[in-house]
Each structure stands twice: as C-alpha cells, then as structure tokens.
Write a protein that binds this ligand. Structure first.
Ligand SMILES: [Zn+2]
Length: 292
C-alpha cells in the first residue's frame, strides 16, 4: 500500500519537476556569478561568460547598473526582455526574421536589455509612483525564478497590477526606456549607428526595413516619422537630435546621466499632470528643445 502511494506520488511530482528543471544553474569554471544565471541545456559556458563580460563593460563605462540581474539564458529564440524585478531573459543565439544574428548583433541586443536595467534602476530612485508597479514585478520575478521558468504563470500577481492605479506610471516610461536602452548601446560602443546595425538582417521584409531605419541616431527623422503605436519608434525624431548632440562619445557616463535627467523630467511632468503619452509629434516637439 505504502509502495503504491509512493509510486503514485512520484508519478504526480516528476512531470512538474521535469518541466522546471529545463533551466539550471550553470557549472562553468570562469563564471564569477553562477547563481545569477538559470540556463537551458543548449547554452555554452562561453556564451554565459561572454554575457558577464558584456555586463562588466557596460558597468565599467557607465558605473551603472550597480546590481547584477538574475538572468534566464536560452540557447535560441526571438524574444529578449528585462523587467523592473531586475530579471532579464536573453538568447545565446538571438533569432530575427528566421535568421540568427551575428555574435556582434547579439551582443548589442544584450547591451540593449542591460540598458533597460540601467534606466529602470535610475527611475526606481526618482519616480516613486512606480513603486507599486515595481512591487508586482518583483513578485513576478521571484515566482519565475523560484520555479526556474521564465514562462511561469504569474497571472494572479499581474491581474492585481492591472486593477491597480499605477498603470499609467508604468505605461509612461516604456517609450522613454526604449529610446534610452538604444542610447546605451550606441554610447557604450561609441557607434552612432549601432541600433540600426543590430536590427538589420538579410531576411528583413521590405516593409520592415523602412521602419528599422528609424532606430538610427545618425539619420534625420522628420517629425511625422514617429509612430504612436510602437514605443521603439515613438521618439524617432528625437534620435536625430541625440545623435548630433552626443556623438562621437567623449564622456559616456556624463552623457548618460544628462540624457537620463532630460527624459526623467519630461516623464515626471506628464505624470504630475496625470497625462499619458498620446501624440508622438507633440511629445517629440516638447522633448527636442530640452536635448539641444
Ligand atoms: Zn527594448
């Protein structure tokens, strides 16, 4: 009877464990922070160590972010993200338009995600209205990490967020964060065209190629090229002004702090008036004179 019960429990428990153990702590001799990573079985030590080096490069050049995130590392995939819970997901072999990016492009995607962390870390100190959102994101990160699963269902936590009053604060920062994360890539690499380079791909459809040009800090984007519906392109016209103001890079850390303060003040002004970002032309026309 007891044996049967044990066997029954074993059958019940094993499939759940098998799913969660898709990700494990890496064993790599040169890794400084193995406990900060959960990796799938296809990820090599070379890639994880590379990520650590890239993170150190960003930290050395900016002094930010100050804390190392928890990192889900996948062997391949399209998506990458970072959250206010100081949790990040990256791919060893970043895919785009059914084609793997080069190692250089992939490194830039990683820097972009670290760039979001830089913005989030700074914003958490200055934008107290975000505390409620951060609280949910920290719970969400905790659950995903504890279950060793970046797709772990935290809908209960997130439902509480959607019914909370802090949604506007969260939505407001998204377009600023995309702009800032790309600025970090260009600044750290001293390459005004870096975001354009990491988005370009031989298989990119024609219709998307025109859009991708809007990532560039080195091109002129007229005011009506901005796109309300996509936070990546919301501040496209402001990118031209940032390009001429901050490149080639002379004082990386100062530039980052300076631009951060401009974006933050703009964002806080919207928030203090209880407004959300709406028309991107108006928002760019308001932001551009502050950058110049
Ligand atoms: Zn992004």
């Amino acid at each position: 009877m007891c044996k049967f019960l044990l066997l029954f429990l074993f059958i019940l428990v094993v499939p759940v464990k098998a799913r969660s153990s898709d990700y494990s702590i890496p064993i790599c001799k040169n890794l400084v922070r193995p406990q900060s990573f959960l990796v799938d079985s296809g990820v090599t030590c070379e890639s994880i160590e590379r990520f650590e080096k890239i993170f150190q490069t960003v930290q050395r050049s900016l002094g930010l972010p100050s804390s190392f995130p928890r990192v889900f590392f996948k062997s391949t995939g399209y998506e990458s993200w970072s959250t206010f819970g100081n949790l990040i997901l990256v791919n060893q072999r970043q895919m785009s338009w059914d084609q793997a990016k080069t190692n250089d492009q992939r490194d830039m995607v990683w820097i972009h995600e670290i760039g979001h962390l830089v913005f989030q870390e700074m914003l958490k100190k200055d934008f107290k209205e975000l505390d409620c959102f951060t609280k949910y994101m920290e719970q969400d990160a905790e659950e995903k990490w504890r279950n060793k699963n970046p797709l772990f269902d935290t809908s209960k936590i997130l439902n509480s967020f959607w019914s909370s009053k802090c949604k506007n604060a969260r939505d407001l920062q998204t377009s600023y964060s995309e702009l800032f994360a790309d600025f970090i890539v260009s600044t750290v690499l001293n390459d005004i065209n870096a975001p354009l380079k990491y988005m370009q791909n031989l298989n990119t459809p024609q219709s998307e190629q025109i859009k991708i040009l809007l990532y560039d800090f080195g091109s002129q984007h007229p005011i009506d090229t901005c796109l309300n519906e996509d936070p990546h392109f919301y501040f496209a016209p402001s990118r031209s002004v940032i390009g001429s103001r901050y490149f080639p890079v002379k004082r990386a850390k100062n530039n980052v702090i300076e631009l951060y303060n401009v974006l933050k003040d703009d964002l806080l002004l919207y928030n203090s008036k209880g407004q959300s970002l709406s028309d991107c032309k108006v928002a760019n026309l308001r932001l551009i004179p502050k950058i110049k």
